[in-house]
Write a protein that binds this ligand. Structure first.
Ligand SMILES: C[S@@+](CC[C@H](N)C(=O)[O-])C[C@H]1O[C@@H](n2cnc3c(N)ncnc32)[C@H](O)[C@@H]1O
Ligand code: SF4
Ligand code: SF4
Length: 340
């Protein structure tokens, strides 16, 4: 009910002085021990090259309480969130904060060590994996020859615990395009969802990818799989947008993205500008006004930002019928799973 009202406000009564996000995306730390060749924030900087920026445990927990005060869904990401030095304490504290939904996005490398705590605290687990080729994996992530067996083992272990609450997420790059159907099949064989997003260089899909002859067919294949009821973690409209890469009707204030130290991105992570810190100003509506004064209203951006965060809510707000097609895909899946 609360979501429906928030949806009505975003769609029909947008205001410059209100910030009602559906989801808070919190970068717990920018530290990361992987070296994915495509890794980039909105300014084109790989996360592992940034200062980790994380807070000591007490402050980190205070920030989480502040985030809970402004939003009831949280995604913990990074960098590699499991590398936050106080990750155990943070995971332990999460249930008491009573978020309606918690998501963790991880490269999966350290997952077994924290799996019990992750299972207790996290509703939806997203693990990234871009390749099933052991030779590519060995150099792709910068971890050497045993990388793929370890990641596959960690993925299977987590999939056994999370089942359909888990997502295998791959980045489509010109080098890995042909691997995506096999990755999708692997996720489905494990009984989990598959997600795939195009590589962005800063905020744009590089032409080497968008003009690759294999690019559109892969997203078309995902779209068809989704329509057949397969577990694909994106709306049908978002998949069409990823396939066609049009200018999207971005809705940055459906989300709030928060740096490890509490600073709130305004209007969005991709621009890299800030409104102020939640640790200094707990009222997100006031932070929006501060952002408005410093950086102006929501920008009218060119064709860009075909990212996971941007596409989901924008697709639903722009095309409410997307929800009907989500329901139809879900129904097809249920019928499919009941078939002997
Ligand atoms: C920044 S990572 C942080 C969490 C964790 N380190 C991981 O890789 O899953 C979050 C997601 O963004 C994706 N990602 C990173 N750089 C990207 C880029 N340039 N284009 C598209 N997706 C990207 C990653 O593959 C991952 O699924
Ligand atoms: S694991 Fe995540 S944060 Fe680390 S380099 Fe890869 S995409 Fe970037
Ligand atoms: S398109 Fe949206 S996410 Fe990208 S820079 Fe513009 S407002 Fe931010």
């Amino acid at each position: 009910m609360k979501d429906a009202w928030t949806w009505v406000k975003h769609r029909h009564f947008p205001r410059h002085d209100r910030w009602d996000p559906f989801l808070a995306v919190h970068y717990l730390t920018y530290a990361c021990d992987f070296r994915c060749p495509y890794c980039s924030d909105g300014q084109g900087r790989p996360y592992p090259e940034r200062a980790p920026g994380h807070l000591p445990e007490e402050k980190a927990l205070e920030l989480l309480r502040r985030i809970r005060g402004v939003c009831d869904r949280i995604e913990l990401t990074g960098g590699e969130p499991l590398l936050h030095p106080s990750i155990e304490g943070i995971l332990r504290a999460l249930p008491a904060l009573e978020f309606r939904e918690t998501v963790l996005t991880t490269n999966g490398w350290h997952l077994p060590r924290y799996l019990d705590s992750v299972e207790r605290s996290i509703d939806t687990l997203v693990m990234s994996l871009d390749t099933l080729d052991p030779v590519r994996a060995a150099h792709w992530y910068g971890k050497g020859p045993e990388t793929l067996p370890r990641l596959l083992e960690n993925l299977e272990q987590a999939a056994r615990r999370f089942g359909r609450r888990m997502v295998l997420s791959a980045v489509a790059t010109a080098e890995t395009l042909e691997e995506l159907p096999a990755l999708m099949d692997h996720a489905h064989a494990l009984g989990i969802h598959f997600a795939c997003y195009p590589q962005l260089e800063g905020v744009r899909v590089p032409p080497t990818l968008s003009e690759h002859p294999g690019y559109r067919p892969v997203f078309q294949e995902l779209l068809e799989a989704k329509r057949k009821g397969k577990r694909i973690w994106a709306t049908t409209k978002a998949l069409e947008w990823m396939r066609d890469l049009p200018k999207i009707p971005c809705r940055p204030f459906t989300l709030v993205a928060i740096e490890p130290d509490g600073r709130v991105f305004y209007p969005c992570l991709e621009r890299g500008t800030h409104a102020g810190s939640l640790l200094e100003e707990p009222d997100l509506h006031r932070l929006r006004l501060q952002g408005l004064a410093s950086h102006g209203p929501q920008p009218d951006c060119p064709t860009q930002c075909h990212s996971a965060c941007t596409l989901g809510f924008a697709s639903i707000l722009q095309h409410p019928s997307t929800l009907l097609s989500e329901a139809a895909c879900g129904l097809r899946r249920v019928l499919d799973e009941k078939r002997p």
